[in-house]
Design a protein around this ligand. Structure first.
Ligand code: 5GP
Length: 198
């Protein structure tokens, strides 16, 4: 049985990381897809765990070697999903959760038929603004670009399979776990159990 891809998007600062960390901690057989990025490391981030931090040149070399399932340029930096770890995980029945922007998510929808797309919305735009300001590494210009990007991302949410509103991390985490459980119980995932008995 092969693992499934769960693609999580939502504006920067909406709390996707916290939700995904909790999901990975609370479930066996779920792996977080560590992306490659050309953006600078933030305080508290760990290379190889938060992201693979690479130069623009290194990123372009990965692209040229076809090592990425998808990639996008987001507010001036490259972000992309390494393909190898995903193939290894799903090939051995492990589900993969990934935090990627709307452009990348819609590319995955075209390439991976049964990928599940989940959009995480903030309770309000003010909440996003406050979280971005709290990070400390975001200048007024970058903050403005990220907020504009968030507005555009909201306009694309109708293309997702599910929407979670993150007004409580606990509830948002439970909702994502529920979505993952339901998706794993879909008839096309389970029919082989029944057929084996015929
Ligand atoms: P941040 O700089 O705040 O960590 O991430 C900025 C945006 O890049 C977020 O919306 C995040 O979902 C997106 N992102 C992170 N990794 C990837 C990736 O591998 N591919 C794509 N397309 N977007 C990504």
């Amino acid at each position: 049985m092969s693992g499934k891809l769960f693609v999580i998007s939502g504006p920067s600062g909406v709390g996707k990381n916290t939700i995904l960390n909790r999901v990975v901690e609370s479930r066996d057989n779920v792996q977080y897809s560590v992306s490659a990025t050309s953006r600078a490391m933030r305080p508290g981030e760990v290379d190889g765990k938060s992201y693979y931090f690479v130069t623009r040149g290194e990123f372009e070399a990965m692209l040229a070697r076809n090592e990425l399932l998808e990639y996008a340029e987001y507010v001036g930096n490259y972000y992309g999903t390494p393909l190898g770890p995903i193939e290894t995980a799903t090939g051995s029945g492990v589900d993969v959760v990934m935090d990627i922007d709307v452009v990348g998510a819609l590319k995955i929808r075209q390439r991976v038929e049964n990928a599940v797309l989940v959009f995480v919305a903030a309770p309000s735009f003010d909440a996003i603004r406050q979280r971005l300001a709290g990070r400390g590494d975001v200048s007024a210009d970058v903050m403005q670009s990220r907020l504009e990007r968030a507005k555009w991302e909201y306009s694309q949410a109708g293309q997702y399979d599910y929407i979670i509103v993150n007004d409580s991390v606990e509830r948002a985490t439970q909702e994502l776990l529920a979505i993952m459980t339901a998706e794993k119980c879909k008839t096309m995932e389970r029919i082989h159990f029944v057929k084996e008995e015929l």
